[in-house]
Design a protein around this ligand. Structure first.
Ligand SMILES: NC(=O)c1ccc[n+]([C@@H]2O[C@H](COP(=O)([O-])OP(=O)(O)OC[C@H]3O[C@@H](n4cnc5c(N)ncnc54)[C@H](O)[C@@H]3O)[C@@H](O)[C@H]2O)c1
Length: 260
């Protein structure tokens, strides 16, 4: 049966590949991005997030079957926190009322295996239990620091997002409303986001050392798209708050027995 899906980050990489797959499967995809999308909205700002919700409500007629929050940045600056955490949360929370009209609503976010890297605890706490103003101020401090400090921004925002998903998924808003809410956590995927790694042999070996992927190594976005399509299909009725590492084994290598 044809369903209506909202995909953020639909113009590139994983979001684009997922939109293409869902369309091939016969579904209606409402793609959103900064450009080249049915709805153009900037998830780094409060007004852009509101615009996303308003426009999706309008073009969908007030109901959607699934929300896929894929959009993200990987730059070592505060904008990455604005998009990857606040933009993703606003997408999921803002579009949740539209899911209530679906007989089989689903929601998923794209986190990252980078959530496993040691975070900046001050930023992590501000994201999960503080205000956006506090979190953005801490992100600006990290951005102004040296490369080691600014490199903490991406993984910390993704760790906060993974925790947010686990905290929210079993609650009245999601589980009690029969909406499976989960995330995927990819390893290194060939997209424009990682093009700089692929074009530089030294960067490639440095990333390969940080992200061990014994199962088939770096891979194409279609691999993530297939999992996202299943997670947001009617077939997925019982996964709740899972962070699924589609990472060629980096989670198994790095965390080993500590997760079971
Ligand atoms: N590529 C990887 O190796 C990898 C690994 C783990 C997680 N991820 C995550 O996967 C998701 C997709 O990344 P990708 O690799 O496809 O990258 P990508 O750069 O190809 O696509 C990201 C998309 O997000 C959009 N976006 C960025 N800022 C935005 C904003 N302010 N408002 C709206 N849209 C915005 C971009 O325009 C782009 O189209 C991201 O959340 C990323 O963190 C990627």
């Amino acid at each position: 049966m044809s369903r209506t899906y909202v995909v953020t980050g639909a113009a590139s990489g994983i979001g684009k590949s997922t939109s293409e797959l869902l369309t091939e499967q016969g579904h209606r995809v409402i793609g959103t991005d900064l450009r080249d999308a049915e709805i153009v909205a900037d998830l780094s700002t409060a007004s852009g997030r509101e615009q996303l919700v308003e426009e999706v409500t309008r073009v969908s007629g007030g109901g959607v079957d699934a929300v896929l929050a894929v959009a993200g940045l990987a730059t070592p600056n505060a904008a990455t926190v604005a998009v990857n955490f606040y933009g993703t949360v606003a997408t999921l929370e803002g579009l949740r009322p539209l899911l209530l009209r679906s007989p089989s609503p689903r929601a998923v976010a794209v986190s990252s295996m980078a959530a496993l890297f040691p975070p900046d605890e001050t930023l992590l706490n501000a994201l999960l239990d503080g205000s956006e103003t506090e979190a953005m101020a801490r992100a600006a401090e990290l951005e102004a620091g040296d490369a080691q400090r600014s490199s903490l921004i991406y993984g910390t925002a993704k760790r906060a997002l993974s925790r947010w998903i686990r905290r929210q998924a079993p609650t009245a808003e999601w589980a009690d409303a029969s909406i499976p809410l989960n995330a995927v956590a990819p390893g290194v995927v060939y997209t424009p986001m990682t093009a700089y790694i692929m074009s530089d042999a030294a960067a490639r070996s440095q990333v390969a050392a940080m992200v061990p992927m014994p199962l088939n190594g770096f891979f194409e976005p279609r691999g993530v798209a297939t999992l996202l399509a299943w997670l947001t299909s009617e077939d997925n009725a019982h996964l709740c708050g899972q962070i699924i590492y589609i990472d060629g084994g980096s989670d198994a290598v790095l965390r080993g027995d500590t997760v079971f």
